[in-house]
Design a protein around this ligand. Sequence first.
Ligand code: C2E
Ligand code: CA
Ligand code: CA
Length: 572
Amino acid sequence: MDNTFQLDLLKAQNESLSRSEHIYRMVCESSDYGFIYQSLDSDDLLTFGSFENMFGMKLYRVKDLDVLLEKIHEEDRNTFLQNLYPEKNNEKYATCEFRSADEHTWYRIITRIETEGESSDKIVTFMNITKEKATSSDLLYMAYYDTMTGIYNRNYFVSLLTEFLTRADSEGCKVSIMMIDIDDFKKINDVQGIIIGDELLQQVGSYLKGTMVKDRIICCHINNDIFCVAIYDSTGTFTVDKYYRELKKRFADGFTMSTGLEIDLTASVGVAEFPDAGNSALDLINCADIVVYNCKKNGKNSLQYFEAPILDDFLKNVDIENKLKEAAFNNNFLMYFQPQYHAKTRKLRGVESLIRWKDDDGNMIPPSVFIPIAEKNGLIVSIGKFVVSESLRQYKKWCDYYDVHFKLSINISALQYKRDDFVDTIMDLIVEHNVQPSDVELEITESILIDDFDSVTAKLTTLRNHGVSISLDDFGTGYSSLSYLKKFPIDTLKVDKSFIDTILDDASTRIITESILNMSHAMGFETVAEGVENERQFNYLACAGCDVIQGFYLGKPLPAEKVDELLCHMKR
Ligand code: C2E
Ligand code: CA
Ligand code: CA
């Protein structure tokens, strides 16, 4: 090899070496990581990459590490040092995470020892992992807490409650579950809007959070306006009654929204206790839930303890509900008709159609049991349509066959009235069955009018304009203000059976009934007394000026063929 060639080769090698060094340096300097390099046989250090950005300094000697140590959180310093010197334990690799002294930043280091022949080098890589940490702590937060209210979520509550139960089992203690359901929250949401609704839930959540006591009281947000509290009581210090008293007071004091609006609350609270009501967290929560439902039914703003009959009732209702769905699907109902007579002439004024349901096992289930269930789950809409259609079909047959006309009274539920298509549904069915609208009377209850006065009044007025008449059922059990009645588009008023029941024995009932009859006549309403069971009641009411009498005394609800006999008899 000649010299020139050797020189060229050396030059090319140098160039390639400095080029690859340049590339390495570029990569390191543009990296987000910081690096320390140390040859283990010297005290010199080299820092590069983002190290200076991270810690605001460079390191030149091993002793400079003391300054770095000051920038690390006190509690994490030992870990850091152990992982900085793996060689002390004859290790070649170590990694750990640590916080900055101000706790704002999280770092991870990876220390690596590379040995080649006699010499060893150490490279320590520093990474900023603050973001990664934040995401995982968010995830951790979401696994345990409810994001809306900041208290425990249901899943975590169940697991903490399960721990309570295990502990209570071995210590022979009681654990109480309180299901707290805010009364009329839907109204607040509807009237004030969901932003205020959410703010209110947050405030309730933070109040409940403040009531938590380590290992004794835990709270969670179940959903919507429902919260749950578990109280572990071994000493009688933390009792349901005490908790409820304080909660009730706090709710009554009211919560101040950011808009300045004050909202005071009441709640329905259902309590189930371990071990009496159940052994598992879910059983207890379910029991408390059933009790809350019962509380709501019985007028809200109260606390009720779980008792076995409540569960029996509930299960019976669930059973009925399931069967009812099937019956509604197959229209497995029939209509009975109870005659109504003019008090003066004892002539037939009309019939009230009353639904009957015989379930598959042949049991007759009374409407007072299944109608409220159907109203709650919405089935009443399809059942109600069947009622109207079937009553009209039957009535039309009588009209044609016996050449008669009388009133056909049909009971209508609130849910039916609230629908936009209510008027059309009724009128379409009347037209379809070719019945005179003036023969049809709809029985409604006061609650309908109070709930949504304007829109219901408009619908009733349209129906009356078509010739359909409106009867106010169960009068005397609801709001029952006669002056209020003036505004309602009604034709007939049915005095509730509870008045008729005591009319002969109770002077004040007589006074009220007579004044109802007088005033409703003055306002132009026809009056019907329902539930008249004997002659004395009949005579009394007839004398008092009641127009129409309905009740077992003159006739029980009858299947259609029995009404046929009645009409046949009338014709003769
Ligand atoms: P309601 O509308 O007040 O019906 C009168 C109830 O009193 C009927 O009970 C009837 O059988 C009963 N009754 C009539 N006269 C007497 C009497 O002299 N003594 C006694 N003890 N009871 C008498 P029923 O048929 O069990 O209906 C109960 C309730 O169920 C009804 O009360 C009504 O609110 C509802 N309902 C019945 N059928 C329907 C329907 O087709 N649709 C809707 N939405 N509700 C209905
Ligand atoms: Ca009725
Ligand atoms: Ca009634």
